[in-house]
Design a protein around this ligand. Structure first.
Ligand SMILES: [Zn+2]
Length: 94
């Protein structure tokens, strides 16, 4: 997952604004797991829309999407490394 500061940069590139209050809220270490819970996306998006507007709500959803892409990207790299190592071990890959 990107670090919180990276989310600020991505938001600036997307919208021209960092949306620090959105990303800091999501990544708050004391509540990090519950605030990345995708099943709460509708109620949390509504909360951000009421507080900061529709663009902030979209940045909240985009934060979750960026984290998912980051996590799966690492997972694919890790699995590929294991596959390569195993194939190499058995001499089926040079
Ligand atoms: Zn996050």
């Amino acid at each position: 997952m990107p670090k919180t500061e990276k989310h600020f940069e991505i938001s600036i590139q997307r919208t021209g604004k960092p949306y620090t209050e959105v990303h800091e809220w999501i990544d708050d270490p004391a509540h990090k797991d519950e605030r990345h819970d995708i099943t709460k996306v509708l109620e949390v998006a509504r909360m951000f829309e009421e507080k900061y507007g529709p663009e902030a709500a979209r940045e909240y959803v985009q934060h979750l999407a960026d984290d998912i892409n980051g996590k799966l990207g690492h997972l694919v790299e890790d699995v590929q490394a294991i596959v390569d190592k195993t194939l190499s071990y058995f001499g089926t890959k040079k």
